[in-house]
Design a protein around this ligand. Structure first.
Ligand code: SF4
Length: 700
């Protein structure tokens, strides 16, 4: 713990790490943070916190912070510090030069789920109004884009249905492809409390669907009733088998379906999942999960009382990520488990503002509020407010930008708060795309891996240096409050405003509150949101308009689904193209560890790094023995995309045939080995399934 003396005052703000969105009191001495204390009135955390939010904030003043804008003619040249005016004018003139030479669609922007709602809104506005195209995307592309698609198609809104607190009313909890103990620790504590039970109620029964034996499977006082330890890449086989049991054993909630759901789509789905090829027995070989275990889990989910599903990136980051999200929604609707306390479909968002970055229209096909750019009525609303014409054609997704760069039609990128080189799959492909561009502008707090390929570096600001809002995984909008002045002179939102002005499209904001007022006026899901209301209530959950409680909507789809009738979608299991072979006989899957966060840029520069200071490869002792690998040995991991070297941890957390690693350290290069395979609907990368070979190597 960093001790800086006694605090003089405190400021309430929101953790900038995971999608739980814990409230914190930053205790200050002058402009220095003395400590971060979990806020007891924070609705998402109620005074609890984890090792990241509590202790990993010192990165904000780390010596590695870049506080001066820099430019260079080519990536081989050294950086040259320049004034803000010079850097912004240079970036703007390069973007305009590229557009004059290669067309208006030759540039685009990427924003991050680490940015505030206001910052993300401004990036998409800059791209649409100043660049004149829809080439804007967010890093939610590579994590929860299938959630947006899948829940939108089935339930009608691209968001989780409950509050975190709602789990206290659950009788059965199914955790699919998520490891809350490491990635969402404060929610994990709440969940474990419910699983343990108390004097008044027995604990909820737990079903875990995960290729790894995660902490929740068996931890002190908590033991999963069922662990469906599937092979990576077979989620849809498991959800189909669960649905088969529910349909063929008469476990459908017929009254709920008749009243709440679209009958035609339900009947088609029912007939589909009832087919013999969708039975647990037929799918056992593909999924690796014993049929009897699937049958028992399905019965428990359908008949055990209030049943809630929580899922993570182990659902979305697959070639069938969107299919699986829809499969989860089908299961919840068929059993009547949407629309009240203790049930629901709940995506656990990885980063602090994944929900918000999606809400803010930082997608190439959607304006804020999930409205398609081809909708002329919606466009007209924004055109009137912004005073520009908006392109009706969807723009490029992040992977499409890379592909277009390599074919020569995409030449300039504005990238705010996202390290695409370290976090996106197939690093070689990303790096080659960036090298093919004529102007890459990176806005970040550190000279990250992506900045190695940049021509302009605009210093960003940490969450302690700016005002704004984050939206957590339960649609809760909370304030981020400035506790110290931006080290580089400007907060991120101001940099975007100044870049837009340099491009000839002035944006008239003097404070983030004005940006939120515009968002609320133009975005139905944010109607009624204001800083004044958040100040008064602590936080609000969208939707929070005149038809809802003042603090918004804790539970979605109570009387009817947002889309009207809930829609079932047929979810056919299709094996991934990523096959094991004799050359690549193991399946690699990836995840996170408790003390580190995402690409590690923040947590690696805090005391948390002393706890876990490297990415490791988990390998089952049988697979290790076959290869002559001992505990802590260095191993080479080779895939069809590339190769890297890590130290091995022999553990039975992974099953034979499966290996596992994290991607927190750039030197490990986990994404050197992940491939370009992606979700069919959204292009979310298939991080969770890569065929590899692992062999012992000498220490590098
Ligand atoms: Fe809360 Fe997540 Fe921050 Fe931990 S990392 S304090 S769980 S918001």
């Amino acid at each position: 713990v960093i001790q800086l003396g006694q605090p003089e005052h405190s400021v309430i703000t929101t953790c900038a790490y995971c999608g739980v969105g814990c409230g914190f009191k930053a205790e200050m001495k002058g402009t220095q943070v003395v400590r971060m204390v979990p806020w007891k009135d924070g609705k998402a955390n109620e005074g609890h916190s984890c090792v990241k939010g509590r202790f990993a904030w010192g990165y904000a003043t780390h010596a590695d912070r870049i506080t001066k804008p820099m430019i260079r003619a080519s990536i081989q040249d050294p950086w040259q510090e320049v004034s803000w005016e010079v850097a912004l004018a240079h970036a703007a003139s390069e973007f305009r030069r590229i557009q004059a030479k290669h067309g208006k669609d030759s540039i685009g922007g990427i924003t991050s789920s680490r940015c505030t709602n206001e910052e993300t809104y401004l990036v998409q506005k800059l791209v649409r109004a100043a660049f004149g195209n829809n080439n804007v995307d967010t890093c939610a592309r590579v994590c929860h884009s299938p959630t947006g698609y899948g829940l939108g198609q089935t339930l009608g809104t691209s968001a989780g249905t409950q509050t975190f607190k709602s789990v206290e009313h659950a009788d059965v909890v199914m955790v699919i492809g998520a490891n809350p103990s490491d990635a969402h620790p404060v929610f994990a504590s709440r969940l474990k409390k419910r699983l343990r039970g108390d004097g008044k109620r027995p604990g909820a029964r737990l079903i875990v669907v995960d290729p790894r034996r995660i902490d929740l499977v068996k931890t002190p006082h908590v033991q999963a009733a069922h662990h469906l330890q599937l092979k990576p890449g077979t989620n849809v086989a498991v959800i189909s088998a669960l649905a088969h049991v529910i349909v063929t054993e008469g476990l459908v909630n017929e009254a709920y379906v008749a009243e709440r759901c679209d009958t035609k789509s339900f009947n088609e789905w029912r007939a589909f999942v009832a087919r013999p090829e969708n039975s647990p027995e037929a799918l056992e070989a593909a999924s690796g999960v014993p049929a009897a275990e699937v049958r028992a889990a399905a019965r428990l989910y359908a008949t055990g009382g209030n049943a809630a599903i929580y899922y993570g990136l182990g659902v979305t980051e697959h070639s069938q990520g969107s299919t699986m999200v829809m499969g989860i929604a089908n299961l919840a609707m068929a059993t009547g488990n949407v629309g009240r306390e203790g049930v629901g479909v709940n995506p656990l968002r990885g980063q602090n503002n994944v929900q918000g970055s999606c809400d803010m229209g930082s997608f190439p096909h959607e304006l804020p509020g999930y409205r398609h750019v081809s909708d002329s009525t919606v466009r007209a609303q924004f055109e009137a407010a912004w005073g520009v014409a908006i392109d009706p054609e969807p723009g490029l997704r992040i992977p499409n930008m890379f592909d277009a760069a390599l074919t020569g039609s995409f030449k300039g990128l504005y990238c705010e708060g996202e390290d695409i080189v370290q976090s996106d799959p197939n690093t070689q492909h990303v790096a080659a795309a960036l090298m093919a561009m004529e102007c890459v502008v990176v806005q970040d707090i550190f000279l990250n891996e992506t900045a190695k390929y940049a021509h302009v570096f605009l210093p960003g600001s940490s969450f302690l240096e700016k005002d704004g809002t984050f939206t957590n995984a339960e649609r809760r909008i909370s304030r981020v409050r400035k506790v110290m002045p931006p080290l580089a002179g400007y907060a991120d939102w101001e940099v975007t405003v100044k870049l837009s002005e340099a491009l000839g499209y002035p944006m008239p904001y003097s404070m983030p509150e004005e940006i939120m007022a515009e968002i609320a006026a133009l975005t139905p899901t944010f109607a009624g949101v204001s800083y004044a209301k958040i100040e008064r209530l602590g936080s609000v959950q969208w939707p929070c308009n005149e038809t809802t409680d003042e603090a918004g909507t804790a539970i979605m789809h109570v009387d009817k689904f947002v889309r009207g009738k809930g829609r079932f979608i047929i979810t056919q299991y299709l094996p991934t193209d990523e096959k094991v072979t004799r050359r690549f006989p193991l399946l690699l899957t990836t995840g996170r560890i408790l003390s580190q966060y995402n690409v590690g840029a923040q947590t690696r520069r805090t005391p948390n790094n002393e706890w876990h200071s490297e990415d490791r490869l988990e390998i089952h002792p049988h697979d290790a023995e076959e290869r002559g690998i001992r505990q802590n040995d260095w191993v080479g991991i080779q895939s069809r995309a590339g190769e890297t070297v890590l130290r091995a941890t022999l553990t039975e957390r992974v099953q034979p045939g499966v290996v596992y690693t994290t991607f927190h350290f750039p030197e490990s290069g986990a994404n050197v080995i992940t491939t370009d395979n992606s979700d069919w609907a959204t292009n979310c990368p298939e991080y969770k399934v890569t065929a590899v070979q692992v062999m012992p190597v000498q220490q590098p």
